[in-house]
Design a protein around this ligand. Structure first.
Ligand code: CMP
Length: 140
């Protein structure tokens, strides 16, 4: 067990459905501490930079258009095995395959609008956190 940090994004569909508080409550109840948080409306270019690893995928334009369609809530979560714990709370990327009781099973309509993003490994967590937060913004 090790203390990790991970990046979480509550996507535009989650904000529109007013489930931000519910999702943050799931994180905190599971022992994940919110180190930093902000609500922002990202530009398409900012989203393209964040998801650059998917630039060659057929869904890239759909993904970046959706992620820049409205406000998102971005946070840094910290705790024991935070990366895996967050992914467990989120459920599978495709909500049709997500376990009952997970965020995506409860709130997501389909894979393109799957309510939350979470880092998938320590290296990506570090890169993703640095994309949105300066060290001085990790205030908690
Ligand atoms: P996320 O965890 O944010 O990482 C990349 C995102 O691409 C993923 O969640 C999905 O929302 C999206 N994605 C993956 N596969 C597809 C797909 N087949 N069609 C549309 N979007 C997809």
């Amino acid at each position: 067990m090790s203390v990790e940090r991970t990046l979480s994004i509550i996507k535009p569909d989650g904000v529109k459905k007013s489930v931000v508080g519910n999702i943050l409550n799931r994180f905190e109840t599971a022992g994940l501490k919110i180190k930093a948080m902000k609500m922002v409306h990202l530009s398409k270019r900012e989203v393209e930079g964040f998801y650059a690893v998917h630039a060659d995928k057929g869904f890239f334009d759909e993904l970046t258009t959706f992620m820049s369609s409205g406000p998102v809530v971005i946070s840094v979560l910290e705790g024991e095995n935070a990366i895996a714990k967050n992914r467990e709370l989120m459920g599978a990327t495709d909500p049709k395959k997500a376990d009952p009781g997970t965020i995506r099973a409860d709130y997501s309509d389909y894979v393109g609008e799957n309510t939350v993003h979470g880092s998938d490994a320590p290296e990506t967590a570090a890169t993703e956190i640095a994309y949105f937060f300066a060290v001085t913004e990790l205030v908690n």
